[in-house]
Design a protein around this ligand. Structure first.
Ligand code: Z5A
Length: 209
């Protein structure tokens, strides 16, 4: 038996976590065994790496090579310890961010050579590619508006300026173009409407019979 692996991607505040949790609740209500996880993180080691990556200030000296290797280290542990075993035992795995984040944040926005990003991703993934990727698309202005409403402190990467997040958004739009794995939804809609669209698409892809 083999499970289903779905990732949620997009710029900060686009509603990934909200939609992931709504989908998890719906699946559980339908008797499915669901695992909810996130990147960076998802394991004890991964959560320690997450703290290293997100604490501090955007002006701290943080080599972009060290940054990408830490994201990939977290991912390798996550795949081996949690994601692959769960998929093999038939569970539904829903993950908040995965390797597409590295493609756009480190590849597009930090301008690391895409061949190196691809090589490192493949090494960390060990063949573990998501079956579906949900992408709620919002404008950068809407992203900043939502984050400001939350009133919390911004992590090291969230402190980047608007032009950084414009590159991220463009990167995701480029990645999603013509890629059947992606399901892009208008993230500016009401959360319930978005959930209904995701649920319908999920049912179409995985509960055909
Ligand atoms: N990163 C990287 O660089 N490379 C990598 O390989 C990986 C990650 C894996 C992790 O942050 C950071 O690491 C991230 C990328 C980088 N940095 N940035 N920026 P994260 O994933 O933990 O956090 P985040 O990306 O910043 O997401 P978030 O702030 O948690 O937002 P979200 O999950 O997309 O949205 P949300 O929490 O569901 O909603 C945000 C707010 O909007 C909240 O108040 C909601 O109530 C509200 N909301 C949600 N949906 C709606 C709708 N439909 N309408 C109105 N308001 C809404």
């Amino acid at each position: 038996m083999s499970g289903i692996f779905v990732t949620f991607e997009g710029i900060e505040g686009c509603g990934k976590s909200t939609q992931l949790n709504m989908l998890a609740n719906w699946l559980r209500a339908n008797g499915k065994d669901v695992i909810v996880t996130r990147e960076p993180g998802g394991t004890d080691l991964g959560e320690k790496i997450r703290n290293l990556l997100l604490e501090g200030n955007k002006n701290d000296i943080f080599s972009i090579r060290a940054e990408i290797l830490l994201f990939e280290a977290s991912r390798a542990q996550h795949v081996d310890e949690k994601i692959l075993p769960a998929i093999k035992s038939g569970k539904f795995v829903l993950c908040d961010r995965f390797f597409d984040s590295t493609v756009v944040y480190q590849g597009v926005a930090r301008a690391i050579d895409p061949h190196i990003v691809q090589f490192l991703n493949e090494f960390a993934l060990s063949g573990c590619v998501p079956t579906m990727t949900v992408f709620p698309n919002i404008s950068v202005a809407e992203s900043f508006r939502r984050i400001a409403l939350e009133n919390g402190s911004r992590d090291r990467i969230e402190q980047e300026d608007e032009s950084f997040f414009e590159k991220i958004r463009d990167g995701y739009l480029e990645l999603a173009k013509g890629n059947a794995r992606f399901f892009m939804v208008d993230g500016a809609d009401n959360a319930e409407i978005i959930h209904e669209k995701i649920r319908n698409e999920f049912a179409k892809r995985f509960f055909k019979n």
